[in-house]
Structures are given as structure tokens and as C-alpha cells.
Design a protein around this ligand. Structure first.
Ligand SMILES: NC(=O)NCCC(=O)O
Ligand SMILES: [Zn+2]
Ligand SMILES: [Zn+2]
Length: 468
């Protein structure tokens, strides 16, 4: 933790609640005070370091509540380690990630969680917490959930997809939801009907439909909507809140809208890939479509309007990345001739804040809504607020100086993620991260990395702060 005083002068401070022309005083890694530019209070402040933010935005560091560093999947591992992935996150203005520790079938939650603590320990450039993936819901893992909530692992991902790997049946899902209704945990649902999808996969392959685009065709929007509906009803029966991850289909958004219209504690997350990419990318020739294989899959462009609308109406509350990179060479290529063997996932932890700023420029979101969906709400949803996700006295000094006028082109040539392609290659973005502070330490200084592996601290979380 820094023991110096830092002053950020002259910027427009944007939070989910406000936009104010204010100077920001930081001490011992925390925000101490804000005061209007030129006010007697601000003018009297002295500091060891002053950062000039004139004509820039001063925003909270991004909170990316859905990453998979080093995830084992399809016989390989996501290509970003905690070291490379959190460094790339910092470059992109994200100062906290919540990654998914994995329980393997036949093993205890504790074992999976300890493996994730060990992977991340001493490696991270920014702060991090963990969710837990439940792959084996049984009497003993249900009991362990209570202990994990006490330890600060307050959310649990279940899969209605991937039979034989991460899949839970409805009985297991109901039991985990009942447990979370009593222990305060939040169930995160991968909502796709995996049993039906596997039938369609088998049929497609038998008919010689093996290209990446068939990944999107068999993972039908209706099967996302059906699973979303079922998850919502199971959560109602259990009396538990529900957070649906990586929502991509218009029909699934409609299920969330219907549930929220009833006043239920049902929440939805979408990701930049569903807002900016589509089945056109999955259909790129020469197996290039493999770069865009993820689940839920990319949808036809027409679905995007429902996602933007959901973000505006707060039927979708969070934009996370589901960052799960696999290199094209040697990893995505495992699925040449069989789309079902392409490891699922896209890189994006470095791109989220910029793509969402572009959404502001394009008129999809207001500036405050940008900060709400990318910083404040994920922090609230996962028990990190107001330590993370805002700029206010007492909050951690996780702050980004953002230049809204800079122009950049996203590319694998210039990104810092450990992956050999960019899902957004050649895309022009207005706006760029200039300087990033993590708990008061400058980790990106005018587009130079000044952080270090091990600066990032494990951050235990409280329970969901977003319930009705
Ligand atoms: N989303 C994806 O394709 N890969 C990561 C695992 C998951 O989130 O389901
Ligand atoms: Zn998932
Ligand atoms: Zn994921």
C-alpha cells in the first residue's frame, strides 16, 4: 500500500451516481476527499504526486466479475495466467477481477479453491476475488458452500450445459439454490439446455456439418431461453436470488424481463462479444470462425438491440467479459473438422472498458450507465461495494484517468493479453485508458506499465448488495 499522498487535478469525475468537476485526494491507498476544482479546499491540498487529468475522465477502476484465467477446458488451458491476464486487465482500466475457481467432479470445493488461491498468489497486478464453480453438487459440497460464503467466496456458478463436465441436473440445481437461500450465496447460472444441445451436436456432426458456424446453430436461442426460464422457476421454488451469466439471446432477455416485472431477484449479465460481434464472425471462412466460438454462442446481429435495451432498462445489470482466451494456433485448431472440439471462450479482459466507452460515443449508454454496468453494479452484486466500483471517501483508490478523445485501433499486435488474435481486430475506438491506480499505486502511467506481479491482493467478498 502506498503511504504517499496523490492528487488528481482537473478531471471530470464520473461515478454511477454523479458527474462532477472535482479534484481527488488519495492517501494510503484510499480516496480521502473530493473537492471542486479551484475551491479553497482543493487549492489548499498538497501531495507527493499530482496527476493532471484536465480534459480527461476520472473513473473508478473497472470490476470484471467474470474471468477464467488458466481454465482447463477441452483438453487445454485458457492461455492467460493470472500474471498475464491481470496485467492486460490493468492496461484496459480494470482494477478488480472475480475469477472462477473450479470444483472437479469427485473432489471437494476446498481442493478446487485452494488450487485457485495457489495459481493467483503473488502473480496478480490488480486485486482479485473468486467465485466457485460447482461441478459436483452432493451432500458434502452443499455443506462446504456455507463455509465458503463465510470465507468470502459468496457466489457459485452452476451449469445447465456441458453434460459430463460441469453439468448439474435440475435436482442438483434446486438443492444448491435452496442452500444459497439460507447461506446468502448467489447462484450464477450458465443457462443453456446442454442435454438437448448435445443431441443437435451429434446430429450436425453425423451430417458432416463440422465448421465453427454450426457451434452457433446447434446452441439455439430457444435452448438458452428455455434454460433461463427453468432456472428462474427453480430459483423461485427455492426462494433464492439468481444471476444469469453471459446472456446472448433476445428470447432469454425476455425471460429476465418477465421475472423482473414480477419483482423477483433475478439478474442478468451480458458481455461485449454479444454486443459487438455476431454469427457473421462465426461464419468467417478458413476456420477463422473458431476464434469466435464461445458459449452461450454469438447470435445473429438482430439480438443486439434487445441486449442494449436490457442494459438501458436495467433488465441486464452487468457487463463482464467471460474472458477465456485460447490461441488460434494449437488451441482453437483442436476443433478443425469437429466444431465441438473447439475450446469455448473469447479474450476480452483488456477491451471491455474501451468497448463500453465506444457504446457511450455511439449513444447506446450514458456515461454514468457505463460506469454503473462496468464498475458499480458488479461491485454491489458481488459484495465489493463501496471498497470497489466508485470514487468516494473511504473507497480503495482504484482510479482510471481516461482520455475520451484519444483514437485507437484494437489489435493483437498491440494488446497485452496472452493470445495470438484479437476478437476485435481493426476495430476503431474513441477513448483510451491513460493512467491507472490500484489502491493508490500507479500501475499504468501514461500508457506505460509500472505495476508488478504480486501487487494485486486477494479480496474476500461480502454477500450480494443488490437484492430487493
Ligand atoms: N463462455 C465460454 O465459452 N467459456 C468459458 C466457460 C463458461 O463461462 O461457460
Ligand atoms: Zn458459462
Ligand atoms: Zn465464463
Amino acid at each position: 500500500m502506498s503511504s504517499t499522498r496523490t492528487l488528481i487535478r482537473g478531471g471530470l469525475v464520473i461515478t454511477a451516481a454523479d458527474e462532477v468537476h472535482a479534484d481527488v485526494l488519495i492517501e494510503d491507498g484510499r480516496i480521502v476527499a473530493l473537492a471542486a476544482h479551484g475551491s479553497a479546499v482543493a487549492d489548499a491540498w498538497t501531495a507527493d504526486r499530482t496527476i493532471d487529468a484536465a480534459n480527461k475522465y476520472v473513473i473508478p477502476g473497472g470490476v470484471d466479475a467474470h474471468t477464467h484465467m488458466e481454465l482447463p477446458f477441452g483438453g487445454t488451458f485458457a492461455s492467460d495466467s493470472f500474471e498475464t491476464g491481470t496485467r492486460a486487465a490493468a492496461w484496459g482500466g480494470t482494477t478488480t477481477i472475480v475469477d472462477f475457481a473450479v470444483q472437479s467432479v469427485g473432489h471437494a470445493l476446498r481442493e478446487g479453491l485452494d488450487a485457485w488461491y495457489a495459481k493467483a498468489d503473488g502473480k496478480c497486478a490488480i486485486d482479485y476475488g473468486f467465485h466457485m464453480i460447482l461441478s459436483d453438487v452432493n451432500e458434502s459440497s452443499l455443506k462446504e458452500m456455507d463455509l465458503l460464503v463465510e470465507e468470502g467466496i459468496t457466489s457459485f456458478k452452476l451449469f445447465m450445459a456441458y453434460p459430463g463436465v460441469f453439468y448439474s441436473d435440475d435436482g442438483q440445481i434446486l438443492r444448491a439454490m435452496q442452500r444459497s437461500a439460507t447461506n446468502g450465496g448467489l447462484i450464477m447460472m450458465h443457462a443453456e439446455n446442454g442435454i438437448a444441445i448435445d443431441v443437435l451436436v451429434e446430429q450436425a456432426l453425423a451430417e458432416g456439418r463440422t465448421d465453427p458456424r454450426y457451434h452457433g446453430e446447434v446452441r439455439k436461442a430457444l435452448l438458452e431461453a428455455e434454460a433461463t426460464h427453468r432456472a428462474i422457476q427453480l430459483a423461485r421454488v427455492a426462494g433464492a436470488p439468481l444471476y444469469v451469466v453471459h446472456v446472448s439471446a433476445e428470447e432469454a432477455v425476455a425471460e429476465l424481463v418477465a421475472a423482473r416485472d414480477k419483482g423477483l431477484n433475478v439478474f442478468g449479465e451480458t458481455c461485449p462479444q454479444y454486443l459487438f460481434l455476431s454469427t457473421d464472425n462465426l461464419a468467417e471462412p478458413d476456420f477463422e470462425g473458431a476464434k469466435y466460438v464461445c458459449s452461450t454462442p454469438l447470435r445473429p446481429k438482430e439480438h443486439q438491440a434487445a441486449l442494449w435495451r436490457g442494459l438501458r432498462t436495467n433488465d441486464l445489470q452487468v457487463v463482464s467479459t467471460d474472458h477465456c482466451p485460447f490461441c488460434f494456433v494449437g488451441q482453437k485448431e483442436l476443433g478443425r473438422g469437429d466444431f465441438s472440439k473447439i475450446p469455448n471462450g473469447l479474450p476480452g479482459v483488456e477491451n471491455r472498458m474501451d468497448l463500453l466507452h465506444q457504446a457511450v460515443v455511439d449513444g447506446h449508454l450514458t456515461r454514468r450507465r457505463w460506469i454503473e454496468v462496468a464498475c458499480a453494479t458488479p461491485a454491489r452484486m458481488f459484495g465489493l461495494y463501496p471498497k470497489k466500483g466508485t470514487i468516494a471517501p473511504g473507497a480503495d483508490a482504484d482510479v482510471v484517468i481516461y482520455d475520451p478523445h484519444a483514437e485507437q485501433t484494437l489489435s493483437a499486435e498491440t494488446h497485452h493479453m496472452n493470445v495470438d488474435y484479437s476478437a476485435y481486430e481493426g476495430r476503431r475506438i474513441t477513448g483510451q485508458v491513460e493512467t491507472v491506480l490500484s489502491r493508490g499505486e500507479v500501475v499504468i502511467d501514461q500508457r506505460k506499465f509500472t505495476g508488478r506481479a504480486g501487487h494485486g491482493q486477494y479480496t474476500p467478498r461480502g454477500t450480494c448488495q443488490y437484492l430487493n
